[in-house]
Every structure is written in structure tokens, then in C-alpha cells.
Write a protein that binds this ligand. Sequence first.
Ligand SMILES: NC(=O)c1ccc[n+]([C@@H]2O[C@H](COP(=O)([O-])OP(=O)(O)OC[C@H]3O[C@@H](n4cnc5c(N)ncnc54)[C@H](OP(=O)(O)O)[C@@H]3O)[C@@H](O)[C@H]2O)c1
Length: 255
Amino acid sequence: MSKTHLFDLDGKIAFVSGASRGIGEAIAHLLAQQGAHVIVSSRKLDGCQQVAEAIIAAGGKATAVACHIGEIEQIQQVFAGIREQFGRLDILVNNAATNPQFCNVLDTDLGAFQKTVDVNIRGYFFMSVEAGKLMREHGGGSIINVASINGVSPGLFQGIYSVTKAAVINMTKVFAKECAPFGIRCNALLPGLTDTKFASALVKNDAILTAALQQIPLKRVADPSEMAGAVLYLASEASSYTTGTALNVDGGFLS
Ligand SMILES: NC(=O)c1ccc[n+]([C@@H]2O[C@H](COP(=O)([O-])OP(=O)(O)OC[C@H]3O[C@@H](n4cnc5c(N)ncnc54)[C@H](OP(=O)(O)O)[C@@H]3O)[C@@H](O)[C@H]2O)c1
């Protein structure tokens, strides 16, 4: 009996935003391990280069590219570069997001509101538009949006961030419906509390962590690597009949 090739990504080109650390880095490593050429991206090129070098040292294929997804011109430039260098894109993982202000919703700062919307909504949207156009030319692809459990159950003092994550879940359905005729699938991953720099204010505070763990049936925080398997499923042929879904990887938090 031979092993399944359902999870193979040989010959695929994958773009992962926010891949210089945390969940994005774990995703980049697993997609590369399964055979994809991974375009490792974030705002700062040096962090991406380190991840790309580690992938290459492990025998994989990777390229580092800087892109601030809150800047439309940078998104357009990066996709012009992908067209020139690769001529195609098979997998987009929209993972980079921002959450600049923890406060009561009534204290939301206009600048923080705008930044969160620009990165988490406009960034994901136009990354998907550019990727979708390229995927359409080549018969399809898979877009994976890293949303959050906060998109379903808002996190305390994370108001506008939670609103943008709810928008990402809806955006996932929009792209799933309208891009299905082009062979493009679009799904969302909803991580629970995961041990990264992003969540350090929560994970490193004993009182907050203890309260959070009470709401998580598995009674622990996730490791970033525990998000990557779900993304591999959504990126690969294993999920060929799955589109428009939101996959909770949250230790049971939303159950
Ligand atoms: N950690 C959690 O508990 C948790 C829970 C639910 C959902 N999530 C979601 O998971 C995703 C990844 O979070 P994480 O915890 O892995 O965060 P992280 O460890 O802080 O990593 C964030 C990554 O995004 C990049 N980045 C930040 N702003 C960017 C921008 N405007 N444009 C491009 N890249 C940008 C960062 O690199 P640069 O600084 O070089 O740009 C870095 O590579 C996010 O969508 C987050 O909302 C996380």
C-alpha cells in the first residue's frame, strides 16, 4: 500500500505574509517541507531572509520578500515581482495582522482603528484580489486567511481587532463564492491563543493566562506549529471540496 500524496505541494508556489516569526514562520516551514517554493514575507526583509535561509538549509525552496500589507503600492509591487519571477501563484496565506491597541472600546484611538482596518481588512482583501487574478490565469489556487477566534467571540479590550477578524471570516465566504468558478478555493483558519510575540501580553501575564486557560478545554496555549497542519490541509488537494469554511484550531474554546 503506497502513502497518500494528498498533502504534497511539489511544484507549488506559496506566499505567506507575516512569515518572519510566529504562526507564519511555522506555516512557511511546513509548506516548504511538503515541497512548495515558499515566498516568505513581512515588513522587515532581514527576518524573512533568516526564515528563508533556514528553509533552504533544511533542503527546501524559499525566497524572502518585504511587503507591508497595509500599503497598497507595496502589495502591487510584490505581485508584479511574483509575475516576473514565478509567473504564477498557487497558494496565498494571509497571515500578517496587527492589533495596536488594547483598551475599552470607548477609548479606541482613530489612528489605531485606521491601522487595524488598513492591515487586517484592506491588506487581506487586496492581497486576495492580486493573488486571485494570478490564480485565475492558471486554473486556480487556494487562499487561506488567518482570522481568529476573536472574529466569532470578541476578545476583551480587543474591539476593533475583533471586528476586523469577523470581517475576514465574511471576506473568506465572499472570495469562496465568487472565485469558485475560477478554481480558486478560499478558507479561514481561526487560531486560539497561541504562544507568539503577538500574544505575549496575554501569555506572559499569569493572571490573564490563568483566566484564559479556564475557557480552553485543552487547558493549554497552542504552539505555532499546531496551526500549520490545518493550513497544509487547506492548501493541498486534501481539501479539494472545502471552500468558504472557517476552521477553528482553538483547543475547544469556541465549542
Ligand atoms: N498568537 C495568537 O494567539 C493568535 C490568535 C488568533 C489569531 N492570531 C492571528 O495569527 C496571525 C499571526 O499572528 P502571530 O501570533 O504569529 O504574530 P507574530 O508572532 O507577532 O508575527 C506577526 C508577523 O506579521 C508580520 N507583520 C506585522 N505587521 C505586518 C504588516 N503590516 N505587513 C506585513 N507583515 C506584518 C511580522 O513581521 P514584521 O514585523 O517584519 O512585519 C511577523 O512576521 C495574525 O493574523 C493574528 O491575528 C494569533
